[in-house]
Design a protein around this ligand. Structure first.
Ligand code: ATP
Ligand code: MG
Length: 499
């Protein structure tokens, strides 16, 4: 994969590849810097005796050097395990036990904690990496040669273990190969029309997840497009990066925060050609508000840790609000056991789909079909033009009095009611119905929606069994770093509501 990415670099390696937009002096890295820096890190790993196939765990704040660690792993055949810096001791212990890394790279501030844990668990090396080119990793790598020939890799060789977000339960390690990642990157570069001139990506996503690390970075590297790199998302910083940029990728909450910022104006978006959203459902309201305000339609796509990207609304054809678009070229998407409305479980196959979870043979036996499709755990239907419409996760499906209710449909209606900013619909244990459809709504600024009024309005819109039994008004919805609503947490919190 590294060699393929590098063939995408522009012919002049002294051009700027990455500008760190939100640091005072806006340090710039050339394409040559990316090559040399990753070569030095690869040489360090080899010098330490880390063997191809062994794991490197990385739990640091976002930096260009962290991206270089990824490139160094690719060069030297090591398997990167990126971890959310928000994970605390208990979570970290779980991931380190599971992944058994030889190397752990952590933030300088957390070295004490991490090194004692690593010692207990038998991790060979612990290095630190700060956000401003500090830490023992770079100190050690500084003595290494800056030339390195990438180790030849086959498509089937492991490249990364990505832990899923844990939205529906315990995080699982998805083992991704060089072939999985390269095929997906090539497809997206082609489909989204990336070109070295004049694409400039605003990279404002974390890099411990498929969206920021693979989708965003690989598209830019493979097409030789420079990046404006934000170490953390901040709407003002994004607005200041817009002029001269062409592509932005975000999770839905980033779009709502941008729309709420006064500096986010159509004039500033003059050079922007593409706004991409994914990782969580994009609300129809956000899609509409964005189109009205900026005059462009957000391109929504769908994917997951185990598969990379699966579907995307088209670059040139019609981008449909609330649909995640047709399957990517080379990817098969099918609906298992569709009901009378065509809704069933989404199953997928393609060169981007992983071959199994790390150390989870029991899941690998149940999560793949006998003909080799992966069960995504999402529910949806495919329309006549091949567009996929997601209705929620199988684990969030509500069965009330024997009827199936898909949360997405109810949320769509709730969000249209006066005074409602956003909503989450869950099923809670109920003595009569088995599960009762229950909604949590966040009011719009200044509004104070009334439960009885909202309930009455919902009854005019939807069949009785789909209407929430209760609508609870709350200040905000619990979300993880990727903007996903934590429905499991909501179900646990409100488990006693009908008891
Ligand atoms: P876990 O598998 O541990 O429960 P997770 O599924 O949230 O966590 P990820 O792999 O990070 O972990 O997320 C993939 C999921 O995100 C998909 O299965 C889907 O439910 C959701 N998703 C991604 N993109 C979209 C989208 N555009 N619209 C709706 N949902 C999306
Ligand atoms: Mg999942």
């Amino acid at each position: 994969l590294f060699s393929a990415l590098r063939t995408g670099f522009p012919s002049d390696w002294d051009q700027t590849a990455i500008t760190v937009w939100d640091q005072d002096d806006q340090p710039a890295y050339s394409w040559r810097d990316l090559d040399r820096g990753s070569a030095m890190l690869a040489n360090l790993f080899i010098d330490l005796g880390i063997e191809p196939g062994e794991r490197v765990a990385l739990q640091v704040e976002k930096s260009v050097e962290a991206l270089m660690v990824w490139l160094a792993c690719l060069r030297s055949g090591l398997v990167l395990v990126p971890l959310n810096p928000a994970y605390q001791a208990a979570e970290l212990t779980h991931f380190l036990r599971d992944a058994e890394p030889r190397v752990l790279i952590c933030a300088p501030e957390t070295f004490g904690r991490h090194s004692s844990l690593a010692f207990q668990l038998g991790v060979g090396w612990v290095f630190t990496l700060g956000t401003e080119r500090t830490g023992t990793l770079l100190d050690r790598a500084a003595f290494q040669p800056d030339r390195h020939t990438p180790l030849p890799r086959t498509e089937a060789d492991a490249a990364a273990i990505l832990y899923t977000s844990g939205t529906t339960g315990v995080s699982k390690g998805a083992l991704l190969t060089h072939g999985n990642l390269l095929s997906n990157a090539q497809t997206l570069v082609e489909l989204w029309g990336w070109r070295a001139q004049p694409d400039v990506l605003i990279h404002a996503l974390p890099i411990f997840h498929v969206h920021g690390l693979f989708v965003a970075s690989h598209c830019a590297l493979l097409s030789g497009s420079p990046m404006r790199w934000l170490q953390r998302f901040d709407p003002a910083a994004v607005c200041s990066a817009l002029e001269g940029a062409t592509v932005f990728m975000g999770v839905p909450t980033l779009y709502t925060r941008l729309l709420a910022h006064p500096a986010f104006t159509p004039a500033r978006c003059g050079t922007m050609r593409l706004f991409i959203s994914g990782s969580a459902p994009l609300q129809a309201e956000t899609f509409d508000a964005f189109e009205q305000h900026i005059g462009q339609r957000i391109l929504e796509r769908y994917g997951m840790s185990e598969t990379g990207m699966l579907t995307s609304n088209p670059l040139h054809g019609e981008r449909r609000r609330a649909s995640v678009g047709p399957a990517l070229p080379g990817v098969s998407v099918r609906i298992h056991e569709p009901d009378s409305e065509g809704v069933g479980s989404v199953e997928v196959q393609g060169p981007n789909v992983f071959s199994g979870y790390w150390k989870r043979p029991e899941l690998n036996a149940t999560e793949f079909t006998s003909d080799g499709f992966f069960r995504t755990g999402d529910m949806g239907r495919v329309d006549a033009e091949g567009y996929l419409w997601l209705v929620g996760r199988a684990k969030d499906l509500i069965i009330t009095g024997g009827f199936n209710v898909y949360p997405a449909e109810v949320e769509l209606h709730l969000n249209e009611l006066p005074g409602v900013q956003e909503s989450a619909v869950i099923g809670l244990p109920h003595p009569d119905f088995g599960e009762a459809v229950t909604a949590l709504v966040v009011p719009q600024a200044g509004a104070a929606p009334d439960e009885a009024d909202l309930l009455a309005r919902m009854r005019q819109r939807l069949a009785g069994f789909k209407c929430p039994k209760r609508i609870l008004v709350c200040a905000e919805l619990p979300r993880n770093a990727m903007g996903k609503v934590q429905k499991k947490l909501l179900r646990d919190t409100h488990a006693q509501l009908y008891r």
